[in-house]
Design a binder for this molecule. Structure first.
Ligand SMILES: [Zn+2]
Length: 207
């Protein structure tokens, strides 16, 4: 797996299997420079382009995914509590952000960065990114992490409220897993379009 999905990646040994597994669901990122590292964060993990590479061509850009240093969570939720599947789902969400950036110009990335502080925009970005993870077949893994956070973990109320406010809910995740073929990502608009099955197909099912 390391030779297939580890090209141009820097991954700490503690998370290697989880990261490589998540990467295996994003073959389009095989040749993208991504460094995973631990850091001091208010979140469990974040992803962003490396500052020095923002203005470079899309295929020259380098990205970093920072994972909170173990034992320092301010939200009472440590990534080490998560199951293997849940962790793969969360890393898959971060890879969704990078997949999104790959479709953006340098100006587009700066635009996202500056508008992210606006709650409505943040909600749009995060739900779009959850949808990308579902589209990459990581829906159940994502579900497992969200279910644990909301229903079983000791995460702070503030953290749980942010989860509900900005991300897809459990029912929405299940719904979208089941109608995955009908959702289309429009990267240019950071939007998902739902295309209901045609009448013709419905008729076929009935006969
Ligand atoms: Zn995110």
């Amino acid at each position: 797996m390391r030779s297939e999905f580890g090209n141009k990646k820097i991954i700490p040994a503690e998370l290697e299997l989880e990261c490589l597994t998540a990467l295996s669901f994003y073959p389009e990122l095989k040749n993208t420079d991504i460094e995973f590292r631990f850091g001091y964060l208010n979140f469990t993990m974040i992803s962003k382009p490396k500052f020095k590479s923002i203005l470079k061509d899309r295929d020259q850009r380098e990205y970093v995914i920072i994972v909170q240093k173990p034992g320092l969570s301010k939200n009472n939720l440590e990534w080490k509590e998560l199951t293997f599947n849940a962790l793969v789902g969360w890393i898959g969400h971060e890879l969704g952000h990078i997949d999104h950036y790959l479709h953006k110009s340098s100006g587009g990335i700066i635009f996202i960065g500056t508008k992210y502080a606006i709650p409505g925009f943040r909600r749009k970005i995060e739900r779009f990114t959850d949808q990308l993870a579902i589209q990459h077949d990581l829906g159940y893994a994502l579900y497992e992490g969200v279910d644990y956070t909301l229903n079983y973990s000791c995460a702070t109320e503030h953290y749980k409220n942010s989860q509900n406010k900005y991300y897809l809910g459990l029912d929405e995740i299940i719904d979208r897993i089941h109608s995955k073929e009908q959702w289309l990502a429009i990267f240019r608009k950071t939007k998902m379009r739902y295309q209901p099955a045609t009448d013709f197909e419905e008729d076929q099912g009935r006969f």
